[in-house]
Design a protein around this ligand. Structure first.
Ligand code: RB5
Length: 151
């Protein structure tokens, strides 16, 4: 079973605790590196720290939650090797893994309810990268990251 890092800013504290409990009830090991108190913080700090854990292979996947999921996903996608998707429904979450080999999922506590968030997580975690013709597309994304991409 995958090991998961979960992180959040001040806009997503309640959802973080509920999803951590939900994932643990399903048997996942969850490492919470997010904000647990109601201070105001900067979401890129949390996105960066969580993504470093993925790159160092301390965990397999990341769940990043902020108000919208957008700031977390923008910050995470700046990091080489991270493919983060901001999702508000399960279909995109499933596709993000099977077609895009996403290793981070993001969503917003101000956008979706807790039950939708659980469905999104279920879809994300139960999907696997499909490989095949999707591999060369991921290779092109990596080339863009490396600055070696040629159209
Ligand atoms: C915090 O107010 C909010 O900007 C943040 O949680 C997130 O929604 C940014 O994308």
């Amino acid at each position: 079973m995958e090991k998961i890092v979960i992180a959040n800013d001040h806009a997503a504290i309640d959802m973080k605790f509920k999803l951590k409990e939900y994932l643990e009830s399903k048997g996942y090991e969850v490492i919470n590196i997010g904000l647990d108190t109601y201070d105001h913080v900067d979401y890129p700090d949390y996105a960066y720290k969580a993504c470093q854990m993925i790159l160092k292979k301390e965990v397999d996947l990341g769940v990043l939650i902020c108000g919208t999921g957008i700031g977390m996903s923008i910050a995470a996608n700046k990091i080489k090797g991270i493919r983060a998707c901001a999702c508000s429904e399960p279909f995109s979450a499933r596709m993000s893994r099977s077609h895009n080999d996403a290793n981070v999922i993001c969503f917003g506590e101000r956008v979706i309810g807790i039950e939708t968030a659980k469905e999104i997580l279920d879809a994300f975690l139960s999907s696997k990268f499909a490989g095949a013709h999707h591999v060369s597309r991921i290779e092109k994304i990596k080339a863009i990251e490396e600055g070696t991409y040629t159209p």
